[in-house]
Design a protein around this ligand. Structure first.
Ligand SMILES: Nc1ncnc2c1ncn2[C@@H]1O[C@H](COP(=O)(O)OP(=O)(O)O)[C@@H](O)[C@H]1O
Ligand SMILES: [Mg+2]
Length: 271
């Protein structure tokens, strides 16, 4: 499964993606979490705090004038798998974390990182790792290079008019985007920062999207973020974490079914 979380800035992409990545890893998946948003976020919701390291500039080389092919490519001999082994950080629950969008001097400037990002994600073996991508906010950029790898696009929709408008645009771009060769096979939506069921219903009606879950608004998400921590660690028994657990199961129904079967096999387990 290769997921791209998209949505307006502030929608809750990072808050959701980090926790989902860890929950899938707890379920036994090999998870690579990738952050291509220049605004920091994913490392915090993963429980790593604020992380400075990013894909280094020398991971990507520029082709010589007159040489065919794309302008930038991964350094000679560096495969996608090696790039992950070398540059990904280990986050809690065994999630590997790779950051592309940062604009520090030692990190690759945006265009080089975008090439590194595409080549690493396009060069991975088809089944593993599971990729959870936190994409830059806004409506255009995700599909001009960042989201082409995804088989599943999850549009994160907060209950605001701007959030809903941007969700509709994003869903449309995902089906017609210029860089998605085949397009994602699933475009799903998650309601974020929901105050009540009416928010969820309103979003379902106004966007016409396939809403697979909702995450309630909870002060503790913000509080955890202010401390540089994940709500999964600060409030594991909260309704937010329960909602995110349900969401992870809907995203990866096979995993959930396998776990149920394993529980049923276990003496005393199951129903
Ligand atoms: N369910 C929630 N309840 C309360 N605050 C939330 C919730 N989800 C996100 N937030 C807060 O809203 C802000 C934006 O969330 P973030 O995940 O960074 O959005 P994005 O990555 O889409 O820009 C952050 O300060 C975050 O802590
Ligand atoms: Mg973010």
């Amino acid at each position: 499964m290769r997921v791209a979380f998209v949505g307006k800035g502030g929608a809750g992409k990072s808050a959701i993606a980090g926790v989902i990545a860890r929950l899938l890893a707890r379920d036994g998946e090999d998870v690579l979490a990738v952050d291509s948003d220049p605004m920091p976020g994913l490392s915090v919701s993963l429980g790593l705090g604020v992380v400075e390291s990013a894909i280094p500039a020398d991971a990507v080389t520029e082709k010589a004038a007159g040489e065919p092919g794309p302008r930038f490519r991964l350094r000679q001999g560096l495969t996608a798998t090696e790039a992950i082994d070398r540059y990904a950080l280990l986050a809690p629950d065994g999630v590997r974390f790779l950051q592309f969008g940062k604009t520090r001097a030692s990190a690759a400037p945006l265009m080089r990182s975008q090439w590194a990002f595409r080549q690493i994600l396009d060069g991975l073996p088809p089944e593993t790792p599971t990729v959870i991508g936190d994409l830059p906010g806004g409506t255009r950029q995700p599909f001009l290079g960042w989201a082409g790898y995804a088989d599943t696009v999850v549009v994160v929709v907060p209950p605001t008019s701007a959030g809903m408008l941007s969700a509709r645009r994003l869903a449309k771009l995902a089906t017609t985007g210029p860089t998605t060769d085949t397009g994602p096979s699933r475009i799903l939506a998650v309601v974020s920062q929901a105050r009540d069921d009416a928010d969820v219903e309103r979003i379902r009606q106004r966007t016409g999207l396939d809403v697979i879950g909702s995450v309630p608004w909870d002060e503790r998400v913000l509080a955890a973020e202010r401390e540089g921590r994940s709500v999964l660690d600060t409030a594991p028994d909260s309704a937010v974490v329960a909602a995110l657990t349900a969401l992870a199961e809907r995203l990866a129904p096979q995993r959930a079914a396998q776990r149920q079967a394993a529980l049923a096999d276990f003496p005393g387990g199951g129903a």
